[in-house]
Design a protein around this ligand. Structure first.
Ligand code: NAD
Length: 397
């Protein structure tokens, strides 16, 4: 792909807005946002008008007009759009999580994912991952997995340290927690594919799986991959003795609001992921690395760039300080360059640069497949109260 790259965006919510904002700042590659689509006519028309982007009423029609489909829709539609794009010979960018398990074929309002059989879920998800892997590899499609942690400045610097020093990572910890999600479908297993583990835990998990991949490639010419997981989940806001102070979102239908995953890699080293919907004070994201020759703490959010004191909330009512912060009164660890510090800008820049050069991006399909398999193996482990569970990795990366 060396000509102008035409991008088609699917989805006009938070992720669609973020991708368009970042795509507008790409340098060194001739990029055109050639179209957008979403499910509701009113929102896609308004989005197209706001950003000056042609509007299409279906993904199929959008595909005809673009080189790369940028999938910013909810997780339950990702798989079909990936396969459609691959079979049409188009490149793909896909938001996290890659895919998941979304209940029975036809929507059942009585379905509860938290009570469903997790081994069956893992089997079904593995089949989906294999379908995606086959479609992408058969058609030699470009694939960018939109895991922004990979591109957060701290992890980018950590990649340089690993590459230049040949370090061995012995253990890692990481977290993504905040107070729920803005998406109306979050909290419903049939649309989100699970709760904190898949919705938020996939971020630090993806970042840490990425770093072990880099370490393996540097030292042995092949990625170090996750082998097994032990996990627990809880529904803290559903406890009979939970005291609702009206500040934490609680309206989850059938998902966990806290999760923990302990990952063992095929070299015997480990990573621990914490994730929850129970964190006030804005998005809390970090990855910490304990290596044989250095130690790193990557602060993703708060990033540490700026602290703002505001004595009266009213005077800041039009000023954005930090994602998911519930008040601007008092001290706020503000995020004045969120697209950069969260990794969104670096992610889109790498995808477009790699697509234009015909190379693979840092965050690729292999990372997406391994992350998703690890999360659903974690749900199996949780159902067995934390028993160590193998992560089925049936694809070559
Ligand atoms: N990397 C991050 O930090 C980050 C942050 C937020 C969301 N996300 C991910 O981005 C994706 C979208 O999340 P969001 O918060 O923007 O969701 P959202 O609910 O705000 O928006 C989803 C959009 O997808 C559209 N859509 C739904 N079904 C569709 C279909 N069948 N065909 C075409 N369009 C369809 C909707 O109309 C809507 O415009 C999710 O996978 C989410 O996990 C990632």
């Amino acid at each position: 792909m060396q000509h102008k790259l035409k991008i088609g965006v699917v989805g006009t919510g938070f992720a669609g807005e973020c991708h368009v904002r970042c795509l507008r700042r790409i340098y060194g590659v001739d990029v055109e946002i050639a179209g957008v689509t979403s499910r509701r006519e009113a929102s896609r028309t308004a989005f197209g008008r706001r950003h000056g982007i042609p509007v299409f009423d279906s993904v199929e029609k959008l595909l005809d007009a673009v080189d790369i489909l940028d999938i910013c829709s909810p997780p339950y539609v990702h798989e079909d759009h990936i396969v459609l794009a691959a079979e049409a010979g188009k490149g793909i960018i896909c938001e996290k999580p890659l895919t998941g398990f979304f209940g029975p074929e036809t929507h059942d309002p009585a379905y509860r994912g938290d009570r469903d059989d997790k081994k069956n879920m893992l089997t079904a998800v593995t089949a989906r991952l294999e379908r995606i892997a086959a479609a992408v590899s058969t058609n030699h499609s470009f694939f960018g997995y939109a895991e922004n942690f990979v591109y957060a400045p701290g992890l980018t610097k950590e990649r340089e340290i690993l590459t230049k020093t040949g370090a061995q990572i012995l253990r890692m910890t990481g977290e993504e927690s905040h107070n729920g999600s803005a998406s109306p479908v979050y909290g419903i297993w049939q649309q989100a594919g699970g709760g904190s583990l898949i919705g938020k835990g996939c971020h630090p998990l993806g970042g840490m799986l990425y770093l072990k991949r880099v370490e393996g490639l540097v030292r042995h010419g092949k990625p170090i991959r996750p082998r097994s997981v032990s996990a627990r989940t809880h529904q803290i806001t559903r406890l009979p003795n939970y005291r609702d102070a009206g500040m934490i979102r609680t309206d989850y239908h059938d998902i966990e609001d806290y999760g923990f995953m302990h990952i063992t890699f095929d070299d015997g080293t480990v990573a621990d992921v914490l994730t929850s919907e129970l964190s006030l004070g804005g998005i809390y994201d970090y990855v910490e690395i304990y290596a044989n020759n250095h130690r790193t703490r990557c602060n993703i959010s708060p990033s540490g760039l700026m602290d703002v004191y505001n004595p009266r909330a009213k005077q800041f009512e039009d000023i954005y300080l930090l994602e998911k912060i519930s008040t601007t009164e008092g001290w706020t660890p503000a995020s004045p360059a969120e697209d950069t510090t969260m990794g969104y800008q670096g992610e889109l820049q790498d995808f477009l640069t790699a697509a234009a050069a015909g190379t693979a991006p840092q965050s690729d399909l292999g990372l997406a497949l391994d992350t998703t398999a690890a999360v659903y193996a974690a749900y199996v482990s949780d159902a067995a109260r934390g028993q160590e569970t193998s992560i089925p990795l049936t694809w070559e990366i």
